[in-house]
Design a binder for this molecule. Structure first.
Ligand code: SIN
Length: 498
């Protein structure tokens, strides 16, 4: 083998039954109707190490039938009992966090310690929504006329379709399924083709926690078959809501295709986050914040800073500190306990990072550190990279890099840098570092994004509403608002009471 040791990464789970190789419909673990399967690859070697069913429209339909049939009974389960089932799921996820993390590391590539962190993050959403399930309320409205009672009650929307990405194979699907179950919805789900195993293991634990047959259904499909599966759910009016995390072009397609059946939508799409460091910032804190925000999951995160703006007066000092920290990052397969940056998800991802780096260099950028592929480590490794002297004519300025590259712009004017930061169709996250309270107030209002990190790089939390504006989509995940996405209001007006 060209990379001795990597293939030996043991997928020996403490509970081997958590590595599932069939999909889950109506409470049964089953093969695709057509019998097809697709491979799951290790991104460190691009070699297949497992396979799962390759669903087509027939499997998608079967999942939908099961979810539709299970809805009346599930919505009738008292909220407190639904809450207990979701809480049991949380406990099982935490109990098996090492096995789940191993699955993540193997199919997605992130270092094991980071994968364990992702399980804690996923579980925090499950725990949160177990709590929210027990606190669903509505409004008693002061009636404007005598003899009436007016109520606004919340009801689960019905069957929801969840389509989740590969970058956080546990957290993203957990924060879609947990609120759906809490609200009383039933679910059809499809994980990303690269990372089905973590999702299947989570479903196995949900089954064990007591989620009834038909309430949660999950099919796995290859890139080629995914559109056929999703089309069934898009076209069927019984799917009342679609929740998706992924690219803006796919989100746009899903929004258009949902229009005929007026589905409720949550779309968490691409970003192009600015990260601004003012001359009065605590530079060490800003470097820490940038390292945390940018290099989480090797930069393959929607909220990763994609454009860094540093005030002229502190630019060189900041870049010096940053480049030293970035150069010290340990890039290695997840098998290495010291690994901080794993492989990127696939060859296309590496090609994009390299294209952005080469394009920037060809247009006058300077390399502060990194800038190379690392074929000696495996297939999809790339050096964490810092570029200076960058400009808006470079490809990364309008296309999310989604990898370990930090381009640093220089600026000297607040209004101009805010205009630059907002000068993108996207609006998911922005970050800034300053000690000036008035500036904090000005930028908090002016930045066009759904999340703003102020002297903070690690903004994600189950307690906060996560989501974007503009081409980054709409809908919120997490917080009490995350539950409302799975419910609608019904207004009850009772007359003749006077
Ligand atoms: C994402 O990359 O889509 C979400 C990341 C997060 O939850 O912070």
């Amino acid at each position: 083998a060209p990379w001795p040791g990597i293939d030996a990464m043991p997928l020996t789970l403490q509970r081997s039954d958590l590595q599932r190789s069939s999909h889950y419909i109506g409470g049964r673990w089953c093969e695709a109707v057509g019998g097809a399967r697709h491979d799951v690859e290790d991104p460190a070697t691009a070699r297949a190490f497992a396979s799962v069913p390759d669903a087509d429209a027939r499997d998608a339909n079967a999942a939908l039938e099961a979810a539709h049939a299970a809805f009346p009974a599930w919505r009738a389960v008292p909220a407190r009992d639904r809450s207990r089932i979701v809480a049991r799921w949380n406990a099982l996820v935490l109990q098996h966090k090492e096995d789940l993390a191993r699955l993540i590391s193997r199919e997605q590539g992130k270092p094991l310690a980071e994968a364990i962190g992702e399980i804690a993050y996923a579980a925090s959403y499950i725990e949160w929504f177990a709590g929210e399930a027990a606190r669903i309320t509505g409004d008693v409205i002061a009636a404007p006329v005598a003899g009436r009672q007016m109520l606004a009650v919340k009801e689960p929307v019905g069957v929801i379709a969840a389509i989740s990405p590969w970058n956080f194979p546990a957290a993203m699907i957990a924060r879609k399924i947990a609120p759906a179950l809490a609200a009383g919805c039933t679910v059809v789900a499809k994980p990303a083709e690269d990372t089905p195993l973590t999702a299947l293991a989570l479903v196995a634990l949900a089954e064990e926690a007591g989620v009834p047959a038909g309430v949660l259904n999950l099919v796995t499909a290859s890139r080629a078959n995914a559109p056929a599966v999703v089309d069934v759910w898009l076209q069927d009016a019984r799917v009342r809501k679609l929740t998706f995390t992924g690219s803006t072009p796919v989100g746009r397609h899903l929004a258009r295709a949902s229009a005929d059946t007026f589905k409720k939508l949550s779309l968490e799409l691409g970003g192009n986050a600015p990260f601004i460091v003012f001359d009065d910032a605590d530079l060490d804190a800003a470097v820490d914040g940038l390292m945390a925000a940018k290099f989480r999951n090797a930069g393959q995160t929607c909220v990763s800073p994609n454009r860094v703006y540093v005030h002229d007066a502190v630019h060189d000092a900041f870049v010096g500190k940053l480049a030293a920290r970035v150069a010290a990052l340990k890039v290695a397969p997840a098998t290495d306990p010291q690994a901080q940056i794993g492989p990127l998800i696939n060859a296309k991802a590496v090609e994009k990072v390299d294209r952005h780096v080469q394009d920037a260099l060809s247009k006058g950028a300077t390399l502060a550190t990194g800038g190379k592929r690392l074929p000696e480590l495996g297939t999809n490794f790339y050096q964490p990279t810092v570029l200076t002297g960058v400009g808006n004519d470079m490809e990364f300025a309008c296309e999310e890099t989604f990898g370990p590259m930090v381009p640093v712009f220089r600026f000297d004017d607040e209004a101009a840098v805010v205009a630059e930061a907002n000068g993108t169709p996207y609006g998911l996250a922005s970050y800034f570092y300053t000690r000036d309270v008035r500036r904090i107030a000005r930028l908090s209002a002016a930045l066009e994004s759904g999340l703003v990190g102020i002297n903070e790089g690690a903004v994600a939390s189950e307690a906060a509403p996560f989501g974007g504006i503009k081409a980054s989509g709409y809908g919120r995940e997490g917080s009490r608002h995350g539950l409302d996405e799975y419910m609608h209001f019904k207004y009850l007006c009772q007359g003749g009471l006077g």
